[in-house]
Design a binder for this molecule. Sequence first.
Ligand SMILES: O=C(CO)[C@H](O)[C@H](O)COP(=O)(O)O
Ligand SMILES: [Co+2]
Length: 218
Amino acid sequence: MSKIAPSILNADNMNLGSDIQEAIDTGIKRFHIDIMDGHFVPNLSYGPELVKDFKEAFPNIEAEIHLMSNNLDVTIPAFVKAGADLVEFHYEATDQVEKWLNYLKDHNVKAGLVINPETPVEKIKPYLDLVDQILVMTVKPGFGGQSFRPDSDERISQVKELITASGKNIKIEVDGGIDDHTAEIAKNAGADIFVAGSFIFKKGPIAQQILKLENILV
Ligand SMILES: O=C(CO)[C@H](O)[C@H](O)COP(=O)(O)O
Ligand SMILES: [Co+2]
């Protein structure tokens, strides 16, 4: 299974279905859908209708929701109802992390916890029994096309150590500024899943860009 989760944020909105299909044709099984609420981050993106349409069009492909919202009472139930396969929300967005991780488990949706670059890595420790995935942000959330932060490899290694010590099977995902150079840095630090947006959708033919990443990640 591909370790790459393309972020559609920088895909061509007027040709979104065909951009997604082109990526699927290379073997992609999961897409990363960035939800920005204009409040937790200073940008706006998609709503639950997009996720519903995605699942209708591509029922066998995973929709991973990166929820950049602090209005979780509204947004988590809405994206669960829309058919999300995995929802990852920010540690920084709520003081009810445990409640929302349990909500996702109760609804048979995989649960991820996201940490921003400034958040101490140890903050994830109390939640390792409840998560399927930890997303280590490698840029400040809110915009595509930023540069991978140079302290990211150390943070990924620290998350890896915490997960190994816990004995749990939790995936580490990285998001922000991933290309065929930074993917290798993140991989060597212990990342399992690689989100890439502008590298896949803006820097060349989609299939060719995915292949460049696959070659690094084998
Ligand atoms: O969560 C995100 C931004 O907040 C995006 O997933 C991320 O930025 C991907 O885009 P790129 O690969 O262009 O950095
Ligand atoms: Co994202």
